[in-house]
Write a protein that binds this ligand. Sequence first.
Ligand code: ME8
Length: 636
Amino acid sequence: MPKFYLTTPIYYVNDVPHIGHAYTTVLADVIKRYKRLRGFQVMFLTGTDEHGQKIERSATKQGLAPKQLADSMVERFKQLWQILNIDYDHFIRTTDEEHIKGVQKIFARVKEKGDIYLGEYAGHYCISCENFIQDSAEETADGKRTCPECGRPTANRVKEKCYFFRLSAYGDKLLRFYEENPDFVTPRSRMNEVVSFVKMGLRDLSVTRSTVKWGVPVPGDPQQTIYVWFDALSNYITAIDYLNESERFTALWPADLHIMAKDILKYHAIYWPAFLLAAGLPLPKKELIHGWWLQDEKKMSKSSGNVLDPHILLKHFSADAIRYFLMREASIGADGNFSHEGFINRINTDLTNDWANLVSRTTAMIEKYFNKSFQDQGLYTEKEEDIQNGYLELEKKVLDNFDQYQFNRGLEDIFEFINRLNRYIVDAQPWNLAKDQANLPRLAGVLKTLARAILSVNTLLSPVLADTAAKVRAIFNASDVALGWKKLPETFVINQGAQLFPRVDSKVFFGEAETSPPPTAAPEVSDQGLIEIQDFKKVQMVVARVLEAQKVEKADKLLQLKIDTGSDTRTLVAGIALYYKPEDLVGRKIIVVKNLKPAKLRGILSQGMILAASDADDRPYIPILPDDTPIGAILK
Ligand code: ME8
């Protein structure tokens, strides 16, 4: 069996997983299942990137040691991958002992060969990108510079001894490699970007830090730690036993496919091949670069505050529904825009109306007219032949698209065919055929054709709809998982199962989704962000006492409070339940905005808003006033 070694990026642990991470990982999982269907033995690697100043700072902010933060985040990632049915073979953490030793080994090897040398760096540093910034970068008013990668101001100027990688020596070698392997980076537009970048000339790269403690120590110079990207990229080889260069390593390396979004293209398509060339190792075969998931046309990222939590979707929809949406809506190379409305429409139309309905209509008719199984041969016409040929054409087209990782196009074709099958039912009118005993062989011909078409399409869908495909096979008692026009099992009995994609009430779904809305535009303010006192006075803030508090059913984040504002008693709903228990608040005096327009949250009318400070992670801190503060007192 040919092997296929497939990787996702290893994700930073300062961020909880969001739909962007889910997309890359689902894509990798779909590729794994597809390649398996095509006869490959697949090794699928994912994991977490845990070293560096960014993680260290994030941990300190939360009062944790970096490893503690990493441990808790790793659980979040693993849990989400389990729910999304991600069948990875190995989860690597850069804090794994084997990885650390492997990184030190490749570092030492490159150094031995003379491509890592000791020098000194003087300049600015971007903590977010963990990169030194050239002095030519734009300067801000306070003498800092803005990072050309992320646009954030850099930390103060630093001067430090560090080791450099002789990247400048690899420009020509890389260009030759790209020329000989024009599909190394796909899509082609991304390959062109890489080539232009390299042609502009490469400077040596600093690959250690003396100021960062949370990292892999440099062998022989433990005052220095290895640059996070040198550390992180090495995961692709350390995970398969580069340390011992065992048979496993030689069997799996080079990787067949690295998957990522365009943000980290440069690291994977320039630095990584250069490090490997320097270490005398073969280069990965292909890198698949996908676009961004955007919300409101902005890249989803924690710092923009517009990340979409996949758990909200998972409360109402199956993993397969989410996997399908992600694969159907995004085309490799282009950005995808996420909207809840688009999501629910896509699922209700394709999966509930078209696919689940086709399966349930067909099986219901087989049950009704043939008491769950066929005994006789069917009578077939040209129409059935058309369906079979139509399927064979479809399969060819879909495999072509899937081979190029164009899952959206393949799925589009599959659903066109599903619609054709639904039209075929209307056209054949099985309910009329059933009225006359003489037409039973014909009816059997129609329903058997539908059953065979469903089972065949089911296999094409199986890389994406992994759970559902197994359910459909169980309904038909079929065990064949191979491609092709399916035969029906010898003893053919329908097992009616639960509905495949129950319709989700959009009102319930939106009620929940609205509890984590994207940030709304800031109110109009004058030039320097200043407001008039009249503007401030428009907001009526008073002291209120919490009379009762309880959790809102099926909404993890919400607490429902009954409060006394001095002039009335009212209900508030606040997104604080992850951090405050009802008993923390009952009897306490808090500040509420009284004249906020009421809003319905999960069907409960919230009349006003509780005031709370929130940190960068959106954790609320509610100011509790002294017991003797009078209820109804106005804040002004
Ligand atoms: O960059 N849309 O980790 P990271 C689509 N640790 N994909 C997205 C996305 C979005 N809005 N946001 C994130 C790192 N991703 C490094 C990688 S690898 C040796 C080291 C996905 O947690 C996408 O795959 O910032 C992107 O490349 C990756 O998450 C970045 O993850």
